[in-house]
Design a binder for this molecule. Structure first.
Ligand code: NAD
Length: 514
């Protein structure tokens, strides 16, 4: 049996060997999921929401075990497992269990057109079926857990593939749902690498919820297009922080510090580009450097979770050095090669470097300056990515004006990064950062099929519609006249009314509908 090796990225030691899921079993996995989903979808939304709250209890009870597994396998500081993975997961369960029963209730839609008032419309929200959740390793718990919870709440079954770098956390997620009493096979966690993810797509899930790199996102979309499977893609970022000249330096540098170095910079929404007003750039860089040097490895900073990411770090550092960038601090790997020393880089030509333009996904901030607000906006928007941006200022009106100009999914004013942890607000990107939204009401609707039902307002009001066959001159005149009466201004309405009444009488006296 082939195994996935779960390793401690700090020491390289083997934590656990986990059997890989064989691809030949996939048809059976999807059959089991479909059977489970048929029963699960018959429960009311309220009943499923209740299950989510039981899951919250289970998670609260197991909080220390979950945090330990995340910390050991991912290499992030222990405290970040609580703050950035478990806390937002609990918040998400509470929020969605609360809103789902009302948001997924049938919704009446009133029809505007007076000649259609004898009919009514309603929207119903049906589960999609069996959906695939394919997730990354950097927030291995929260991202997958949230997608799975909302997918199940909305009545779907889930086939879940965690990253091969976070298999143990993936297994922990399955255990939590099992312990909370979710029915057998409603969630099935499969262990493997990218080829398993691709094989899952060949089973034609009803939708793919993917979080990961741009490269994989493109491959998934290409493959999904063969079967017309809808996808939501939560991809990478190269997020900018704009610091205006009126910003409080101590506050602004602390924001950049956490935004750039939490999770050792391995966050899609990390502050990777700093755009600071030229008048404060020097003291800003000095203060930030001083704070960076005070970060303690092992307490504030974890290690690089994925070995192969280190090659990206080295390529970006090499390119920046070759182009003459100025390293304010860091710029090298640690002597044991488990991490990059936290790096602040700037200087002339920085905007041409890979470290400024491409996702490094490590503890690095590339800094440039601006003269005018317009220039800051243009620089922030000059990126292939569009996930999140931050603006730091004491002038809220100006900061908000800037926020409205930024080509990103979320803007945080005087805050950084954590927007994805707010379940009440939509999360997602534009440009290469992907599309689709999770969280909030619109995120809930990503997991359902919206069905429109149109029916007579009262059963007895069933008669042949005015636009049905046979077509006639009188019918044409009636509709022509109706458009002028209905859409015209007050004068048009008044002067046209007699003609409309005449055309209606003529039409209604005409031969009956076929
Ligand atoms: P990745 O794309 O390498 O892998 C993500 C998942 O896709 C893994 O489970 C992997 O096994 C699977 N996969 C790989 N190839 C596949 C294929 N051909 N078909 C199906 N599945 C396949 O990404 P990663 O290195 O795990 O994660 C880091 C990336 O994720 C970064 O770019 C980061 O910015 C991004 N990310 C985005 C968000 C967001 O919300 N926008 C959140 C976290 C991470």
């Amino acid at each position: 049996m082939e195994m996935l090796i779960s390793r401690n990225p700090r020491t390289g030691s083997v934590l656990k060997e986990i059997p890989k899921s064989p691809t030949h079993d996939l048809p059976k996995v999807f059959e089991r999921a479909a059977r489970a989903q048929t029963l699960w979808s018959k429960l009311s939304v309220k009943q499923r929401a209740k299950k989510l709250l039981q899951l919250r209890e289970t998670l609260c009870r197991r909080v220390d075990d979950v945090a330990r597994v995340i910390h050991e396998e991912n290499g992030k500081p222990h405290i970040e497992a609580y703050i950035c993975e478990i806390l937002p997961a609990i918040e998400l369960l509470t929020y969605f269990a609360g809103i789902a029963p009302s948001k997924l209730r049938d919704k009446k839609v009133s029809l505007r057109n007076p000649i259609l008032r004898y009919r009514k419309s309603l929207l119903t929200y049906a589960p999609l079926g069996t959906v695939a959740v394919i997730s990354p390793w950097n927030y291995p718990f929260f991202l997958a857990f949230g997608d799975i919870a909302v997918a199940l709440l909305t009545g779907n079954a889930v086939v879940f593939k965690p990253s091969e770098y976070s298999a143990q956390v993936g297994q922990m997620i399955q255990d939590l749902f099992d312990e909370a009493g979710f029915p057998r096979d409603i969630l099935q966690t499969l262990m493997g690498e990218g080829d398993l993810g691709a094989a899952i797509i060949d089973q034609k899930p009803a939708k793919i919820f993917f979080t990961g790199s741009v490269r994989t996102g493109k491959a998934i979309m290409k493959q999904a297009s063969q079967y017309l499977i809808p996808v939501t893609l939560e991809l990478g970022g190269k997020d900018a922080m704009i610091v205006l000249p009126d910003a409080d330096l101590d506050f602004a540098t602390s924001a950049a510090l956490w935004g750039g170095f939490t999770n050792s910079g391995q966050a899609c929404a990390s502050v990777e580009r700093l755009i600071v007003h030229e008048s404060i750039a020097k003291p800003f860089a000095e203060m930030l450097k001083e704070k960076v040097l005070r970060l303690t490895p092992g307490i504030d900073l974890g290690v690089a979770t994925m070995d192969k990411q280190k090659a990206v770090y080295e390529d970006h550092l090499k390119d920046a050095k070759e182009r003459g960038a100025e390293f304010i601090c860091g710029g090298i790997m640690s002597s044991d090669r488990t991490r990059m020393i936290p790096t602040l880089v700037g200087g002339k030509g920085i905007e041409e470097t890979r470290i400024y333009n491409e996702e490094t996904f490590g503890p690095v901030i590339a800094m440039t300056t601006f003269k005018s607000v317009q220039e800051a906006i243009e620089k922030a928007n000059r990126s292939e990515y569009g996930l999140l941006a931050s603006v730091i200022s004491t002038n809220m009106a100006l900061a908000e004006e800037i926020a409205r100009e930024l080509h990103v999914g979320s803007v945080m004013i005087n805050e950084v990064l954590f927007s994805a942890g707010l379940p009440e607000t939509p999360w997602g990107g534009m440009k290469d950062s992907g599309f689709g939204r999770k969280h909030a009401e619109m995120g809930l609707y990503e997991f359902v099929h919206v069905r429109h039902i149109n029916r007579p307002a009262v059963g007895l009001l069933t008669f042949k519609s005015l636009w049905w066959f046979p077509y006639s001159e009188a019918q044409r005149e009636f509709f022509r006249s109706w458009i002028r009466l209905y859409q015209g201004g007050v004068f048009e309405k008044l002067t046209h009314l007699p003609h409309f009444l005449w055309s209606m009488t003529k039409f209604l006296k005409n031969e009956p509908r076929l």
